[in-house]
Design a protein around this ligand. Structure first.
Ligand SMILES: Nc1ncnc2c1ncn2[C@@H]1O[C@H](COP(=O)(O)OP(=O)(O)OP(=O)(O)O)[C@@H](O)[C@H]1O
Length: 285
């Protein structure tokens, strides 16, 4: 699947390169010395147990968070060394569909998709209307242009958000849990759309998801994170065939195994102290 050099060794043309990244929340290491590659023009699925740091990784890539050590290169640029204006240019190449990425409820579907173009480009109204129509067509919703978000099903809303995420023709699109709360049919539609958008617009896609089957079905490259480390990286076939017990536990959804289920406990955050409901004498009711 990847290009090969003269000796037949596979070489990855990296769009994103994460090198020896460490990132802490307080004393807790979310990442320790992590390196990984996101290949250009492919769909990469980043998977791992809840709370592992997948969203954090996307935010580090978008330079919304800064690493404690290590570097993140996006299209050859160290994003944490850029000036504000340089970072602004790099971010314009990124489309993001975050978990919380709700539509603006007081704007129609068309206005939602037009919004990034009105904010970030000098395109005239006619061109914006044409692009909105194209983007809506690409997600199969041209007939929904005038609807308000409250009139959409959950699956339709996700597709409109997708159209908005690609409104500026990004080189990179990062999807954070795009399938959450979707029924199997909507999941199938989204899977197809993510693949189609990636291939027709030659986008680099990063997909963060818990949905193992959906992710493996479209991913060219898979990266599994657990316990602050990359526990496996490779093609979907390689991951499916892995005999690494941590990978097997994750793919099979087993609660017991080498990947811990419990959030690490410490005195600062782990002690349950409730004052709610305490009466004047301190008795909890
Ligand atoms: N703003 C914050 N302040 C402190 N800790 C945070 C903050 N945001 C996230 N964390 C912690 O960082 C860890 C990684 O969070 P993150 O959201 O990246 O995980 P995730 O793998 O995306 O989880 P999920 O799959 O459940 O969405 C979690 O343990 C979380 O408690």
């Amino acid at each position: 699947m990847f290009d090969r050099d003269k000796k037949g060794v596979s070489v990855i043309d990296a769009y994103i390169k994460v090198n020896n990244l460490s990132f802490f929340r307080g004393d807790r290491a979310i990442y320790e010395d992590v390196s990984l590659t996101i290949p250009r023009g492919k769909v990469t699925a980043v998977m791992g147990p809840s709370g592992t740091g997948k969203t954090t990784l996307l935010r580090l890539i978008a330079a919304q968070l800064a690493p404690d050590t290590g570097t993140v290169f996006v299209d050859g640029q160290d994003v944490h060394k850029l000036s504000r204006s340089e970072l602004y240019k790099v971010r314009k190449k990124m489309g993001m569909l975050f978990q919380s990425g709700a539509l603006f409820s007081d704007m129609s579907v068309a206005e939602n998709i037009a919004f990034p173009m009105e904010e970030h480009t000098k395109l005239n109204a006619k061109d914006i209307a044409r692009i909105v129509s194209e983007k809506l067509h690409s997600v199969g919703l041209r007939g929904a242009a005038k609807l308000m978000p409250a009139e959409l099903s959950g699956g339709m809303a996700r597709r409109v958000a997708l159209a908005r995420a690609v409104a500026l023709d990004p080189e990179l699109v990062m999807y954070d849990e795009p399938f959450t709360g979707q029924d199997p049919i909507s999941k199938g539609v989204l899977v197809k759309l993510i693949r189609q958008l990636n291939d027709t617009a030659k986008i680099t896609s990063v997909l963060v998801s818990h949905d193992v089957e959906e992710s493996l079905s479209i991913a060219d490259h898979v990266c599994i994170l657990a316990g602050g480390r990359v526990i496996a990286e490779g093609s979907a076939e390689e991951i499916r065939a892995s005999d690494n017990p941590e990978v097997r536990q994750f793919l099979n959804g087993e609660p017991d195994g080498p990947v811990p289920f419990h959030y690490p406990e410490d005195d600062a955050n782990g002690c349950v102290e409730l004052t709610v409901g305490a009466n004047k004498n301190g008795a909890v009711q």
